[in-house]
Design a protein around this ligand. Structure first.
Ligand code: IMP
Ligand code: MG
Length: 176
């Protein structure tokens, strides 16, 4: 059984926006090589599709993090489940995320990765929910700004499911 939801951003809209982001990123990084870092698991679909629209050389690495329990919420500490395979020193790092909500995860991650002395480090997120932001994070590339609603699909899960939907859906608030 499928959770009740409606389409917020269609497959076509995602494709179109990713092409635009790919063009912009290729232009901004002309003459450079990008080290794309995907934050598992939500960022997978986006990173794969985005990478195909980037025309400069790219490498890919993956990182998995999880937030600690509620009692640590204010500290914003996240646990590294899987670290990168390769060093990032001297590389142009582009972190690829599915969604920024409070900003805690990326705030922590970016500070951690900065200590490894990359040549540059920027963030590209498919979705941005600015209404819930608690920590300020500088984001270079944003696919779509969305209202404060729970979304699923295209990498994003609801109880670990629906990541494979080709569109971004929003759970109907009255049926949650
Ligand atoms: P934050 O920015 O540290 O609050 O955490 C963002 C993370 O929370 C994302 O990477 C997602 O894994 C998850 N998340 C936030 N909002 C949603 C949503 O609407 N649907 C699915 N996952 C979400
Ligand atoms: Mg995520």
């Amino acid at each position: 059984m499928m959770v009740e939801h409606k389409v917020l951003i269609s497959e076509g809209q995602i494709k179109e926006r990713i092409q635009e982001l790919g063009d912009q990123i290729s232009k901004d990084y002309a003459g450079k090589e990008i080290c794309m870092i995907c934050v598992l698991k939500g960022g997978v679909m986006f990173m794969v599709d985005l990478s195909k629209k980037i025309t400069v050389p790219v490498t890919m690495d993956f990182m998995a993090v999880s937030s600690y329990g509620e009692e640590f919420v204010s500290s914003g500490i996240v646990k590294i489940i899987k670290d990168l395979d390769e060093p990032i020193q001297g590389k142009h790092v582009l972190i690829v995320e599915d969604i920024i909500d409070s900003g805690r995860t990326l705030h922590y991650l970016i500070n951690l990765l900065k200590e490894r002395n990359p040549a540059s480090i920027k963030i590209c997120t498919l979705l941005d929910k600015p209404e819930q932001r608690l920590v300020d994070v500088e984001v270079e590339y944003v696919g779509f700004v969305i209202p404060d609603q729970f979304v699923l699909g295209y990498g994003l899960d609801y109880c670990q499911k629906y990541r494979n939907l080709p569109y971004i859906g929003v759970i109907e608030p009255d049926r949650e």
